[in-house]
Design a protein around this ligand. Structure first.
Ligand SMILES: O=P(O)(O)OC[C@@H](O)[C@@H](O)c1c[nH]c2ccccc12
Length: 258
């Protein structure tokens, strides 16, 4: 059993405790646009712990961290909401979404529409759908549901087969996870390989995981990524502002095609 299987099993269990509906009547998501930019968009993540790295930064204050991210040019903020494996929460998401004026991504393992409603009602503008964790039917259903709520969807893939499934489900913004969620191995070349195929379709993508330095961001820029999703290095940094600004490297090329 892989860690991803374990996380999904736990999600199923947690879902049985979800109450009736989360109200999505008055949600008004901020628009998430990584298309037109001359510099690398950084989606800065709030993550206390992870199965691959263990404890990363248990004492951080999510609101303080989020404001620092916003002040230093983050394009969006990703908040881990999974409790069992990442020590996150929907309270974190809500507090962050109330404190900043940039889009917030609910980073969780979505397998049911109810989770998307909960993310929306907590103030998320973007949700993540992990292709490796979903059937084709789930992927399509959850994608359509998020669109109905005006949420942006970041569709995460790690290999070519998953990418094809993402295209079939109507994905518009791809996230290429450089980390294999089954083995935890990280390799930025995954973005290079899949980036080629995604760009040929004229779609934008986010290079996710394993970005620590400006040099890594420049590598991501070369692969065609218009954004990087950065967690650990920002969570552990002693000078978050300087690191975050240094990751916003110039993007060259045909921006409209991204
Ligand atoms: O901490 P890193 O290596 O900078 O990675 C951030 C982000 O990509 C990672 O947290 C992530 C990407 N996809 C996920 C899916 C679930 C949980 C976490 C993730």
């Amino acid at each position: 059993m892989t860690i991803l299987d374990k996380i999904i099993d736990k999600k199923k269990e947690e879902l049985t405790a979800y109450k009736a509906g989360y109200s999505t009547d008055h949600i008004n998501p901020l628009s998430f646009n990584i298309k037109k930019s001359t510099k690398m968009n950084v989606i800065a993540e709030i993550k206390r712990a992870s199965p691959s790295k263990g404890i990363i930064n248990p004492d951080m204050d999510p609101v303080k961290q989020a404001k620092l991210y916003e002040e230093n040019g983050a394009s969006a903020i990703s908040v881990l909401t999974d409790e069992s494996f990442f020590q996150g929460s929907f309270d974190d998401l809500k507090a962050v979404a109330e404190a900043v004026n940039i889009p917030v991504l609910c980073k969780d393992f979505m397998i049911d529409k109810k989770q998307i409603d909960r993310a929306a009602s907590a103030g998320a503008s973007i949700i993540l759908l992990i292709v490796a964790a979903l059937t084709d039917q789930q992927l399509k259903e959850l994608n359509d549901h998020a669109k109905k709520l005006n949420l942006s969807v970041l569709t995460e893939v790690h290999n070519e087969e998953e990418l094809k499934r993402a295209f079939s489900a109507g994905a518009e913004i791809l996230g290429v996870n450089n980390r294999n969620l089954k083995t935890f191995e990280v390799d930025l070349k995954v973005s290079e390989e899949l980036g080629r195929i995604i760009q040929a379709k004229g779609l934008p993508f986010v290079s996710e995981s394993g970005i620590f330095t400006a040099e890594d961001a420049r590598f991501a820029a070369k692969t065609g990524a218009s954004a990087v999703l950065v967690g650990e290095s920002l969570m552990k940094s002693k000078d978050i502002g300087t690191l975050l600004r240094s990751l916003q490297v110039p993007l060259t090329g045909d921006f409209d095609a991204r």
